[in-house]
Write a protein that binds this ligand. Structure first.
Ligand code: SF4
Length: 315
């Protein structure tokens, strides 16, 4: 099918319909345990992202429960990926990482790992180990919370690392042949529309294989909520229509080979007062496709505005 943007697909990447199972590997975060800070990133409430089936279970049992959860919803899969998502999933000595990842890989339905982490929580030993798992035939993907390419934004949200750290982690990971996905938040305080378009140019310079975009969600009780209440004018607030338009502008400037894994996310309604309500991701993807169609444009179409004449390839 001809698409106007490069939609991430496991089927295309690995020839299999794979379902991710979100797991809690019991890892901590250096921005919460006092190593870098205790308050965490100002937008973060990790509890908002934990499915109920992960609570109080071993990794193996979480996988069983996760499979049951997806099967009960009629989702068919050729296999599953253990998605270590909660907190920073490389933030432990290598021996502990091996123990937890290998518990997941010992499950007969698990084909590989997706590791979500901070860019300051990897080193060459950990990356070499992940690359060795991939060489042994497992699927291994690394996802970094990039959030922003701007140091002033990273500082403002108390991220605890700068963009140079992200750049190094992404390059060190990709050079070992591991696919790298980056998470980007659109709408952090102080960031303008122009900055977000310029961000695409910076992202194009990184060896990323995929990206996930998230609209800034103001989670109740976070420092971000307090900042928003005090100075809403510092935030680029967008309704779904405006957001889709912004995404179209960004995708037009983004390298066509970067697959788009997500364009928005949503926490359970109890965690936010967002007027968006629960985001229907598929519907938003369709709207983005339509928006690009109406413009008669596609991903990478305006890269020349940034740096290259390369054009989108039909998927
Ligand atoms: S967003 Fe990630 S890095 Fe930041 S405080 Fe939360 S768990 Fe830690």
């Amino acid at each position: 099918m001809q698409r106007r943007f490069n939609v991430f697909s496991y089927k295309e990447r690995y020839g299999l319909r794979l379902q991710r199972l979100t797991l809690d590997g019991g890892f901590a975060c250096p921005n919460r345990d006092g190593t870098l800070g205790a308050g965490g990133c100002t937008f973060c409430d990790n509890a908002a992202f934990h499915p109920a089936y992960t609570h109080g279970k071993s990794i193996f049992k979480q996988i069983d429960a996760g499979i049951e959860f997806h099967q009960a919803r009629g989702r068919k899969a050729d296999g599953y990926l253990a998605y270590f998502q909660a907190y920073s999933n490389t933030y432990a000595p290598l021996s502990i990482l091996k123990e937890r990842y290998e518990e997941a890989l010992s499950h007969p339905n698990i084909k590989g790992l997706v590791i979500g982490t901070r860019p300051d929580c990897v080193d060459s030993d950990k990356l070499e180990y992940l690359a060795s798992l991939q060489t042994s035939g497992k699927i291994v993907e690394v996802e970094y919370g990039i959030e922003s390419v701007y140091d002033e934004s990273l500082q403002r949200v108390n991220r605890g690392h700068d963009f140079a750290c992200t750049e190094k982690a992404v390059r060190d990971t990709a050079v070992r042949g591991l696919p790298v996905c980056g998470h980007i938040i659109l709408g952090l305080p102080g960031e303008t529309r122009e900055m977000l378009l310029e961000e695409a140019r910076v992202l194009n310079s990184l060896p990323l294989s995929s990206l996930k975009f998230h609209q800034l969600q103001i989670i109740k009780g976070t420092p971000m909520e307090r900042e928003f209440t005090q100075k809403p004018e510092n935030f680029l607030r967008m309704g779904p229509e405006e957001y889709v338009n912004l995404l179209a502008d960004i995708l037009e400037r983004l390298r066509p080979d970067i697959a788009i894994g997500r364009i928005a996310s949503s926490v359970p309604p109890a965690f936010t007062d967002s007027p968006w309500g629960l985001v229907k991701h598929d519907e938003l993807m369709r709207r983005l496709e339509r928006c690009l169609e109406d413009r008669e444009t596609c991903q990478g179409q305006r890269m020349a505005d940034c740096e290259s004449e390369e054009r989108f390839v039909v998927l």
